[in-house]
Ligand binder design. Structure first.
Ligand SMILES: [Zn+2]
Ligand SMILES: [Zn+2]
Length: 471
């Protein structure tokens, strides 16, 4: 009796356990399956090329990556990975597969026009043919086609920024995964930007109130701009951290860098382009030791200006032109007529003189470096800004694999997106394919991205977009 009873009990327990496990499996399917189902569980395989995973590991040769739905499910040598039946296979032989690039400092409401203030005047004068939102869509398209699958927009109109981010997330328009700041929090409205792109404050209390308001609107991060006091930074950081969002500070001079760092600002932006000899070694050492990320935005003036003197033809690059509607391209070309005299480059001599020591001090300190561009600013196209920034870091001595790691994994960490930045099973499938070996070529090849995949969706293949440019 006793044995029968206990056997029955065990059977009961097993049945119950089976039901629980069944339920768990169902839950797991739902949890994993929901976003993937939206992608119809499509399987795509990239095979044949070298894999730079974004991890601190040597490249894997002749590799295969299997993507199901929006995620990577398998990575390994081609000889060991079975290609699932019915998969769409993309041959990457002779090329390099790597994580999609992330820009830690972009402005999608600009397209590289020669003068920021005139750009917004042109947009208005054109009878509003192009709205700010449409310009942001265009930038998003230009970035995605250039291999940028993630970006932080650090200053723009909040309503449009949030709308574009949400529409990209819903798959309505093509573009990188975005985090947006909306307006600059500042003590002086930024000359030339639309009024909505600045949130002017006169006290720390107002600064905190602005952060609360922006958070309620739905921004992802706060951009603390210029002229702020130490007390302002303090109030902004406390308010932002109470909402669990990060603060990026626009800081050039040493006092601002110090105030932002000591009050707990999460990311120090622009610290490689200040036009000053170098920051004091003590400050750099403390920032590096604290693992506080810095984003240099080194190329946007200090390299772009002399590079354009050397090769002004870069402004007519057909690869950039192909990503513009004809009328905007014409206007942008006209805006370059007197580019050497633009106010944007007033301090270029100092910036060029000190550019190298500024970049090197961060490399030598082994600081945590994100990579960002200030793209959209004069002559800084969304299509080439990030490659130029990466190339500068490599040319100044950061090993190319480290530059890739910083642009993918570190930037993903800055975005608090652990699902991005590396090519590993379980991660979101944001992958690009570039010709040849970008490591050997000191990253030059990144300018010729052939294939772009974001969330398992192929947006560009063999050098050709698979989706049309926004009209
Ligand atoms: Zn800035
Ligand atoms: Zn900026």
């Amino acid at each position: 009796m006793k044995d029968k009873a206990s056997a029955k009990a065990v059977r009961g327990m097993r049945k119950k356990a089976a039901r629980v496990i069944g339920k768990m499996a169902l839950l797991a399917t739902v949890a994993f399956g929901t976003p993937a189902l939206a992608q119809e569980q499509k399987t795509t395989v990239l095979t044949g090329g070298m894999l730079v995973s974004g991890l601190s590991a040597p490249p894997l040769h002749n590799a295969t990556v299997v993507i199901r739905g929006e995620r990577i499910v398998q990575v390994g040598p081609a000889s060991e990975v079975q290609i699932p039946a019915g998969a769409t296979v993309i041959d990457t032989s002779g090329q390099t597969m790597m994580p999609g690039l992330i820009d830690a400092h972009a402005h999608l409401f600009m397209l590289g026009y020669g003068n920021e203030a005139d750009w917004f005047k042109w947009l208005k004068a054109d009878g509003k043919k192009y709205s700010i939102e449409k310009i942001m869509e265009l930038s998003a398209y230009q970035m995605l086609m250039s291999g940028i699958t993630g970006a932080i927009d650090l200053g723009g109109n909040p309503v449009e920024s949030i709308s574009v981010r949400n529409r990209i997330n819903k798959g309505e328009i093509p573009g990188p995964r975005l985090q947006v700041a909306g307006p600059l929090v500042t003590r002086a409205a930024f000359h030339g930007f639309p009024a909505e792109a600045s949130a002017v404050i006169t006290s720390p209390k107002e600064a905190a109130a602005v952060v609360d308001r922006l958070y309620a609107m739905g921004v992802d991060v706060i951009k603390a701009h210029s002229g702020l006091t130490r007390e302002d930074y303090d109030a902004i950081v406390k308010a932002a951290h109470a909402h669990k969002i990060k603060v990026h500070a626009h800081v050039y001079d040493e006092a601002a860098v110090r105030n932002a760092f000591e009050t707990g600002v999460d990311v120090l932006q622009h610290v490689g382009s200040a036009g000053v000899p170098a920051y004091s070694p003590e400050l750099v050492r403390r920032i590096a030791e604290a693992s506080r990320p810095v984003v240099l935005t080194a190329a946007h003036r200090s390299w772009i200006y002399p590079d354009t003197v050397t090769f002004p033809e870069r402004l007519q690059d057909p690869a950039a032109k192909a990503l513009f509607p004809a009328d905007i391209w014409d206007a942008v070309q006209k805006s370059f007529k007197d580019w050497q005299a633009e106010g944007y480059f007033t301090y270029i001599d100092r910036q060029v003189k000190y550019r190298s020591p500024q970049v090197k001090q961060w490399i030598e300190s082994a600081a945590v470096m994100g990579v960002g561009t200030d793209s959209g600013t004069p002559m800084n196209f969304n299509s080439d800004g990030l490659i130029r920034e990466m190339k500068v870091l490599a040319d100044e001595g950061l090993p190319p694999l480290q530059v890739i790691y910083d642009t993918t994994r570190v930037n993903a960490r800055i975005m608090s997106k652990p699902d991005l930045g590396t090519i590993e099973p379980g991660k979101l499938a944001d992958i690009i394919v570039v010709p040849g070996d970008p490591v050997y070529n000191n990253l030059t090849n990144l300018a010729y991205v052939q294939t772009v995949i974001k969330g398992g969706v192929v947006y560009k293949q063999d050098g050709k977009p698979t989706v049309p440019m926004p009209q």
